[in-house]
Write a new protein. Structure first.
Length: 199
C-alpha cells in the first residue's frame, strides 16, 4: 500500500471524526469493532507482519501467543487454506462468517490487547479498522445506498447529521485499486484474516 493512500485514509478519518463530534463514541478502551472476524487484504496483512517483525521479543510474544490461540479456535471452521491463510472465494457463506452465533462473531482480534483495550499494532492496522465508526456508504437490498455506522455511534443523530459526517466515499475504490496492484505484483489473490496472516 502506498503511503499516500494511508495518508488519504487517515486524513479522511480525521475530517469525519471532527465533523462527527460527540456522535462518535470511539475511544481507547472501546473494543466494539475488535470482536468478530473480518477479511483483510494481503496488503493489510503485509503491513501488519512488518510491524510485528519490528517489535522487541517481549512485546511480540503475547501477540504471537494470542495469534496461535486464535488459529486453534478458528481452524476447524476456517473457510480457506490454513497454510497460506487465503480465504475461499465464497467464504462469506461459511458458518464462520455467516452464523451470528458462531465463534467467528465473537472472536477477539488477536492484536487487541485485552489488558488495555487497545490495538498492539495500531499504526499498522488494516484499512477497515481505520475507517470504522464514521458513516460509510454500503449497498442496500435493492441497489440503494445506505450510510452504515457503528451501533454505539450516532444514536441520537438525525439522518441529515449522519450524512454530514460521511467518510470520503472515494476510499473504497482507492483501496480496491491499491489491493489489486499489490496482489498482481506479489502473485496473490483473495483475502485473508489476521489470525492466519500473521505467524
Amino acid at each position: 500500500m502506498t503511503q499516500s493512500l494511508l495518508q488519504i485514509v487517515d486524513a479522511a478519518l480525521a475530517s469525519a471524526t471532527e465533523r462527527s463530534g460527540s456522535h462518535l463514541a470511539c475511544k481507547p478502551g472501546c473494543t466494539q469493532c475488535c470482536h468478530g472476524i473480518f477479511p483483510i487484504s494481503h496488503e493489510d496483512a503485509a503491513r501488519l507482519r512488518e510491524a510485528l517483525s519490528h517489535l522487541e521479543p517481549p512485546q511480540a510474544a503475547p501477540i504471537r501467543q494470542r495469534l496461535a490461540e486464535s488459529r486453534r479456535r478458528l481452524a476447524p471452521l476456517f473457510p480457506g487454506d490454513p497454510i497460506t491463510g487465503i480465504l475461499e472465494e465464497d467464504f462469506e457463506s461459511s458458518p464462520l462468517f455467516a452464523d451470528e452465533d458462531s465463534i467467528g462473531d465473537t472472536e477477539p482480534c488477536p492484536i487487541l490487547n485485552p489488558s488495555t483495550g487497545t490495538c498492539d499494532l495500531y499504526e499498522a492496522r488494516p484499512i477497515v479498522c481505520r475507517t470504522f465508526g464514521p458513516p460509510m456508504r454500503t449497498p442496500g437490498d435493492e441497489g440503494e445506498i445506505n450510510l452504515a455506522t457503528c451501533e454505539l455511534c450516532f444514536i441520537q443523530a438525525t439522518t441529515e447529521e449522519i450524512a454530514a459526517c460521511e467518510l470520503d466515499p472515494t476510499i473504497p475504490a482507492l483501496e480496491a485499486a491499491s489491493n489489486e496492484a499489490f496482489n498482481a505484483a506479489h502473485h496473490l489473490q483473495g483475502q485473508t484474516i489476521i489470525a492466519f496472516a500473521l505467524r
